[in-house]
Design a protein around this ligand. Structure first.
Ligand code: BDR
Ligand code: CA
Length: 309
């Protein structure tokens, strides 16, 4: 079977890092580019982190380019420390042996779309995709599949109403959801079903490889954050769900919906309103509803174990 060509649009981010490592080693997909965006940490750091992860995977053939440094309208405030000050749990890294591609990230996306069928995994704020649509009207129709991690049906994680990736740039999210591409969305109510525990961290560390050790080390402070925030150390694998959808499309149950993004609102800026009524069952936007965490964890363990030093 032909491998799906994939571009990853990301703001690493510890869970982004796990998602990228999973994607880069998986035979079902062919990652042809990584583009970064301002999000968990500023653009300069997300670009450096993406280079670190691609180098860790030994995938020197995959271009890493920087996209948008600011959201479409309101700049993000203070750096988030959910993922550490550097965005990857504040470990020590050598200068990565993957250079930053000099192309503008949004233009790299456009080039890769023109070159052939492409799926996009978007696991950060949606600024790059909105700018892509603005600069290249109609390009949405040329993308095979857009899988997004973002949004929430019932409870946000930055505010009670909003999930981080949508909240960070709601105007961009609105542009993206109003376009015509085939979208599959992994909202918080799905991603909270997918998590790793201390056994998984010990398993990765015990692999005895650089990927295994670093994955466990990046996940440790993220587990501590979850403990402080939610009261237990289960680490939620938000972004890996968007990659998982392309590896095993039957693993995640989905339903067609209509989706609207709140760009105003006193308490609700960045909220997603997901209309699940049956009249939208065949819509071009679908959301993930349920996932089997044990099946996901065992796939992730198997795939990360395939990395060799
Ligand atoms: C999303 O926000 C980021 O902190 C994570 O990397 C993920 O993409 C979850 O709300
Ligand atoms: Ca992310």
């Amino acid at each position: 079977m032909a491998r799906t060509r994939v571009l990853i649009d990301t703001d690493p981010g510890v869970d982004d890092a796990v998602a990228i490592l999973l994607a880069l080693v998986s035979p079902e997909i062919d990652v042809v580019g990584v583009v970064t965006v301002n999000g968990n940490v500023p653009l300069e750091k997300t670009a450096l982190n993406a280079r670190r992860i691609v180098a860790l995977a030994g995938r020197y053939d995959v271009p890493v380019a920087a996209g948008c440094a600011q959201p479409l309208s309101e700049p993000l405030g203070e750096d988030s420390v959910v993922h550490g000050h550097d965005g990857l749990g504040d470990l020590q890294w050598d200068e990565p042996a993957v250079a930053l591609d000099p192309r503008d990230g949004v233009e790299l996306m456009a080039e890769l779309i023109e070159e052939g069928p492409l799926s996009i995994v978007a696991i950060g704020p949606l600024t790059n995709l909105a700018v892509l649509l603005q600069r290249h009207p109609g390009i949405d129709k040329r993308v095979e599949h857009l899988v997004i991690m973002g949004g929430a049906s019932f409870q946000g994680n930055v505010t009670p109403a909003a999930e981080f990736n949508i909240w960070a740039d709601p105007e961009a999210a609105r542009v993206v959801f109003d376009a015509a591409w085939r979208i599959t969305l992994m909202p918080l109510d799905l991603t909270h079903q997918a998590f790793l525990n201390d056994d998984d961290l010990a398993y990765f560390n015990g692999l005895g490889t650089e990927v295994g050790r670093r994955t466990a080390a990046m996940l440790e402070p993220y587990a501590q954050f979850h403990d402080r925030w939610y009261g237990n150390r289960d680490v939620i694998m938000h972004d890996a769900m968007a990659v998982y959808e392309l590896l095993d499309p039957r693993a995640i149950e989905k339903q067609g919906v209509r989706l609207a993004v709140e760009v105003e609102g006193v308490h609700s800026r960045g909220a997603t309103f997901i209309d699940r009524r049956r009249e939208h069952a065949r819509n071009h936007v679908r959301v993930g509803v349920s996932v089997d965490n044990d099946r996901f964890r065992s796939l992730l363990r198997e795939r990360l174990a395939a990395y060799r030093d």
